[in-house]
Ligand binder design. Structure first.
Ligand code: COA
Ligand code: ZN
Length: 303
């Protein structure tokens, strides 16, 4: 395990991927969650998305949320967008890091974004031009990268072709989303390996859901290939309203707990992240799936 990265860059996605799948919570609660997360030492936070309020009513107040947040210096905040209109809204709200999403599988893209993957890729080319013109950056998220709830397995070649188009159009980086938790370690190794061969210079972030319990195993497989950028959500908040059976992201505190003990630093204060997971449970009013939240760190003793 000597070739694991020394340090990870984690992106906390609970305020967006998490809260979009919960009953709507008050704007002030979202702001408080983002500000609490900002004090954990996590380096990146996906704060909101600028999507159609009919598609995701939970994100209807995105601009208000961001206007009310006091950013913590040193933390990078981003907004997810589905199309050009969303990118314009994110830039006007003051974001300088944008993520635009497209699904590798056509059926999921149509259900999520109401257009084909090709049409979204054309839209993304225009988004990249706009975002760069305004001095901002844009990561392209390729969803359903390890499989689609409607089409089943998605071929590696299909993911590579979507990623390649985005990179040719100027994407600042890629993120592969395991939208419904269909990845396994061998599939992670295969897709990451093929991507590295095809696009050796592309920055690659990975986004796993724990739908089938393989989330942290998938992270470990990617770590062994040197990947150092991962999404996770506090408490394991999350899901996808357009993907039947989707459950939460891997829990940030579980990821931190595992990798820090392997000598990989995250910058995150584990106890602080566990405390925010408890705060997130109160906010959404349900028990969250994180086991480290329940059991505490491995060194916690019974008093
Ligand atoms: N934010 C707010 N309004 C938007 C918008 C956005 N990002 N994109 C489009 N609209 C508005 C348009 O202005 C237009 O308004 P009008 O009727 O008043 O003129 C209307 O929506 C229709 O525009 P159109 O481009 O035809 O959108 P659509 O109906 O095909 O919907 C999306 C496409 C992408 C906007 C919608 O499917 C969406 O928001 N999906 C996001 C799903 C999501 O967030 N999934 C989880 C994260 S991966
Ligand atoms: Zn997700």
């Amino acid at each position: 395990m000597t070739d694991l990265p020394e340090r990870l860059s984690l992106r906390e996605v609970g305020p967006r991927d998490g809260l979009q799948n919960e009953e709507p919570v008050p704007t002030a609660g979202k702001v408080a969650l983002i500000e609490s997360l900002s004090r954990t030492g996590v380096g990146r936070i996906e704060a909101v998305s600028f999507v159609h309020p009919r598609a995701i009513p939970q994100m209807a107040d995105a601009a208000e949320v961001w206007a009310a947040v006091t950013p913590t210096p040193g933390v990078r905040y981003s907004a997810l967008v589905p199309n050009l209109k969303g990118a314009q809204r994110a830039l006007s709200a003051g974001f300088s890091e944008i993520e635009v999403v497209v699904s590798a599988s056509d059926t999921h893209n149509r259900r999520n974004l109401n257009r084909s993957t090709e049409e979204s890729l054309d839209d993304i080319a225009a988004i990249l031009a706009l975002v760069h013109d305004q001095g901002a950056t844009c990561q392209v998220i390729v969803s359903t990268a390890w499989g689609c709830p409607f089409e089943g397995d998605v071929p590696v070649s299909r993911v590579l072709s979507v990623a390649g188009r985005a990179l040719r159009d100027g994407a600042d980086g890629l993120s592969y989303g395991d939208t419904t938790g269909m990845a396994t370690p061998s599939r992670v190794t295969a897709l990451v390996g093929e991507t590295r061969s095809a696009y050796p210079d592309a920055a690659l972030n990975l986004h796993f859901h724990n739908t089938r319990g393989s989330g942290l195993a998938n992270v470990l497989a990617a770590l062994q290939l040197g990947v150092s950028d991962f999404d996770a959500s506090v408490g394991g908040l999350g899901g996808c309203p357009y993907a039947p059976g989707a459950t939460g992201n891997i829990a940030t505190e579980e990821l931190v707990h595992m990798v820090e003990d392997m000598g990989v630093s995250t910058g995150v204060d584990l106890e602080a992240m566990i405390a925010v997971a408890a705060q997130a449970e109160v906010l959404v009013g349900r028990t969250l799936p994180s086991q480290v939240l329940r059991a505490g760190p491995r060194t916690r003793t019974v008093t």
